[in-house]
Design a protein around this ligand. Structure first.
Ligand SMILES: [Zn+2]
Length: 342
């Protein structure tokens, strides 16, 4: 078990760049003590990468960090969101309210997700429940798993983007130039930012130093999110990077080494799935129940709903990736997808 060091609200990376550790006090996510936001100097105001979620303690921490630099919310001229999960974009609406001049930038696909996740979410939730049932989840369990996401809504005060990116653009602050790198997988419109002069990568949740990011199959994920994720890792391996500044945990140097560990982890998981499937044809709910999960010795039946949902949707992502690699075939019988080895 890793012991998290105490949260450090502000740390200078280099002159004109700061890492801010904003608290995520929530017992449903005990492994994440904080989210890292980044404050980057510009000639016409500062750029903030990610916001933390919508909670008084996050807002207060951000406000006091700004104050310590003789800044306020109105000094944030640009807000870049790596992806639309609550811990990365939840405070965006409040920041834009407090600072009307702030221009918010995010990937086009991520902007589309804002509506289905946080505004008109009942129809997508129904589709997601159907998807789970099609993968073998009993319908009463699917309802409970679908509802597990609703509490996250309180952590989001929605801000809408003023400008969309697709990957490949350069965001210039006047002091630093940051290249947008589209890295789908953890979320379809996830982006990293690369600062070439100092060889710094702001990796969001795409690459974290010890946690392997959740890659889940979803109605809006596309049909092979794990394949997308692995392809997006390959975009980074030849990039000259001296320091990676991630969305959680701590900054680190060895990007190539970390990417290899993540790839090894996914290969190992694939092997486990193939071994399970040697004995027959299964749906993803059955495969998920047979896999080993790091869940504090809880039995599969006693997994908390959110964790169970992640386990199932991660399993679907793995199985579908194996299918697109030609190792597994899919059939549809009795309203359910079944998979078997080729
Ligand atoms: Zn996150």
């Amino acid at each position: 078990m890793t012991i998290n060091p105490p949260i450090m609200p502000i740390r200078e990376i280099i002159a004109g760049m700061y890492q801010l550790q904003l608290p995520l006090a929530d017992k449903r996510m005990p492994q994440l003590s904080h989210v890292n936001a980044y404050l980057i100097q510009g000639t016409n105001g500062w750029m903030l990468i990610d916001t933390g979620w919508n909670s008084p303690s996050t807002q207060q921490t951000l406000e006091s960090v700004l104050k310590g630099l003789n800044l306020s919310f109105t000094d944030i001229s640009t807000l870049v969101i790596t992806h639309c999960h609550p811990d990365h974009c939840g405070l965006a609406g409040r920041i834009k309210h407090l600072s009307p001049r702030t221009r918010m930038i995010m990937h086009s696909w991520e902007a589309e997700l804002l509506e289905s996740r946080y505004i008109k979410f009942s129809e997508p939730q129904k589709k997601m429940n159907n998807l789970l049932v099609n993968h073998g989840v009993p319908s009463d369990t699917a309802d409970a798993l679908g509802a597990a996401f609703l509490p996250a809504l309180e952590f989001v005060n929605i801000g809408l983007p003023d400008s969309l990116v697709y990957g490949g653009e350069m965001i210039r602050t006047g002091v630093f130039d940051l290249e947008v790198i589209w890295t789908p997988g953890h979320s379809p419109g996830h982006i990293c930012l690369y600062e070439a002069r100092n060889q710094l990568l702001f990796s969001g949740d795409h690459v974290l130093p010890s946690i392997s990011p959740n890659i889940s199959y979803h109605i809006l994920s596309g049909d092979n999110p794990l394949g997308d994720y692995i392809n997006a890792l390959s975009k980074l391996v030849n990039l000259p990077v001296a320091q990676v500044h991630p969305g959680h945990e701590y900054s680190f140097a060895d990007l190539q080494g970390r990417v290899q560990v993540i790839l090894d982890h996914h290969n190992q998981r694939e092997k486990e799935i193939v071994e399970i499937m040697i004995s027959g044809s299964y749906n993803c709910y059955e495969i998920a129940a047979k896999l080993k999960w790091n869940m504090r010795n809880l039995s599969w039946e006693n997994f908390p709903p959110l964790q169970k949902r992640f386990a199932i949707t991660e399993t679907i992502a793995h199985v579908e990736h194996l299918r697109w690699k030609g190792k597994i075939r899919k059939t549809y019988e009795n309203d359910c997808f079944n998979y078997h080895l080729v």
